[in-house]
Design a protein around this ligand. Sequence first.
Ligand code: 6PG
Length: 227
Amino acid sequence: MGRFLHLVRAALRSRDQFTVALAGGSTPRQLYSLLTEKRLDWERLHFFWGDERCVPPDHANSNFRMADEVLLSHVPIPAENIHRIHGELPAEEAALDYEDELRHFFRYQTPRFDLILLGLGSDGHTASLFPGTPAVREKVRWVVGVDHRSPPPPLVNRVTLTPPALNAAANIIFLVSGTEKAERLAEVLQGPYQPELLPAQIVKPVDGHVCWLVDQAAADKLTLPKK
Ligand code: 6PG
């Protein structure tokens, strides 16, 4: 929470807007809920998503719906500042639509989000970059559709930011919680570099910072320096 607030307030001291791409899944819920109690210049924040499931925005599996229910519907943010991925469209069409939105918003430059929030799946995926899939190898497009038919659930197609878009960010915060993530987190952070198997490893901003906010349970397998 503190890091999020620091980044927003520091950026808004010198700039007129702050762009954040939200993570999906369940881990970020608590952060989003806590943010509703904070005094921020909400009208100067622009919300995007790192990925989305190909379901309607009111579907239980929608990352937009989760963020809207827990955060966006509770704060005074203008509707035009919410740039959701249109998951109700077929994956590739939604990807082209979202990429077009990014192109216009970031004035035809590679989108450089002030902050991207990411989670870590127990298989080492992040956003919807799943092990062994073409999206992990994407080098040009900023957004792609993902044909997702094998675990982890939900088994619905996805739309995801690609490594070029993620790695153009100024700041990335990974939120990781729970025992079930511990082994994979240790592999991602302290094991050999093998992004095909552990896509979270591909997140290395070209000119930006990565911060891992990890709870005790998820950190259990990390080898920490001796005090
Ligand atoms: C999604 C997310 C995905 C998520 C991880 C961790 O759409 O599911 O973007 O990348 O961050 O799967 O999910 P949990 O926080 O639910 O463990």
